[in-house]
Ligand binder design. Structure first.
Ligand SMILES: Nc1ncnc2c1ncn2[C@@H]1O[C@H](COP(=O)(O)OP(=O)(O)OP(=O)(O)O)[C@@H](O)[C@H]1O
Ligand SMILES: [Mg+2]
Length: 243
């Protein structure tokens, strides 16, 4: 019998918290270790025109980071032009986002990779379609969550609410990563990791630093080594590789 690839679903407490960058850093780290990593960005709004195609820049970064060469219609099945809520972006062009195409893309990727990293859109309760929320994707694909949080004021509340949401929907959560913490944290940046570690019902995996970088690829290269401290291989029970 074929063994199903392992995977994780990267969600955020909000839009713009660093889901793509963290997902790409994890993908880069694991592909460097020798794992065959597939990537999936099921729904993108704010896609960019390249020739005749509309492409997902998030998926492009994830593909580069992982080395995944699956066709774009598999790694980013739904791409919409307007940078607005996905269900609305779809509605405005007369389309509807459904679960089946996303499940098919995920299944294809898991056939040809050891591990599939999936990036959500916004946070867990973002509506995708008439009867589909972002939270339904990890729940129905059977994927554990990784929660990416902001480092600053408000993050304790947003992070704990995201944990509660996952818990109430019976979605297993691997842990929480704070992204973009300053080297010399002050105010909430200083105490939020401790409060989150104390109060959250899931493991706090650490904080990734705020970096200055020339572009997104450079940023991912700089963050990838920090992923080593997050124990991703252990959390996903991956076969040990020493590449
Ligand atoms: N650790 C970091 N240091 C510096 N800049 C960062 C860091 N993490 C993310 N950024 C920057 O913050 C912005 C948002 O990050 P990113 O696109 O990964 O967020 P996102 O949660 O995936 O957003 P979306 O909801 O649009 O998918 C990007 O411009 C990215 O380069
Ligand atoms: Mg993103």
């Amino acid at each position: 019998m074929e063994t199903k690839a392992k995977g994780m679903f990267i969600t955020g407490t909000d839009t713009g918290v660093g889901k793509t960058v963290v997902a790409a850093a994890i993908a880069r780290y694991l592909s460097r270790k020798g794992y065959a990593v597939g990537v999936l960005k099921p729904v993108t709004s704010g896609g960019v025109k390249r020739g005749d195609s509309l492409v997902s820049q998030d998926a492009e970064l994830l593909r580069w980071a992982s080395g995944c060469t699956a066709p774009c219609h598999i790694t980013s099945p739904y791409v919409f032009r307007e940078p607005i809520a996905p269900s609305e972006a779809a509605h405005r062009v007369g389309r509807e986002i459904g679960f089946e195409p996303i499940r098919e893309a995920y299944e294809q990727l898991s056939l040809s990779h050891e591990l599939v990293i999936v990036e959500g859109a916004g946070g867990l309760l973002v509506p995708l379609g008439p009867d589909l929320l972002v939270a339904d994707l990890p729940a129905r694909l059977g994927l554990p969550l990784l929660i990416v949080s902001r480092p600053d004021l408000g993050t304790v509340n947003h992070t704990l609410m995201t944990c509660e949401c996952a818990l109430s929907r019976h979605i297993r959560t691997l842990g929480i990563v704070i992204n973009g913490r300053s080297d010399s944290p002050a105010g909430a940046e200083e105490y939020a990791p401790r409060l989150i570690a104390e109060l959250s019902p899931v493991p706090f995996l650490g904080a990734l630093p705020r970096m200055t970088s020339s572009d997104e690829k450079d940023l991912v290269e700089k963050l990838a080594p920090a992923v080593a401290h997050m124990r991703i291989e252990t959390l996903l029970a991956l076969e040990v590789k020493h590449a």
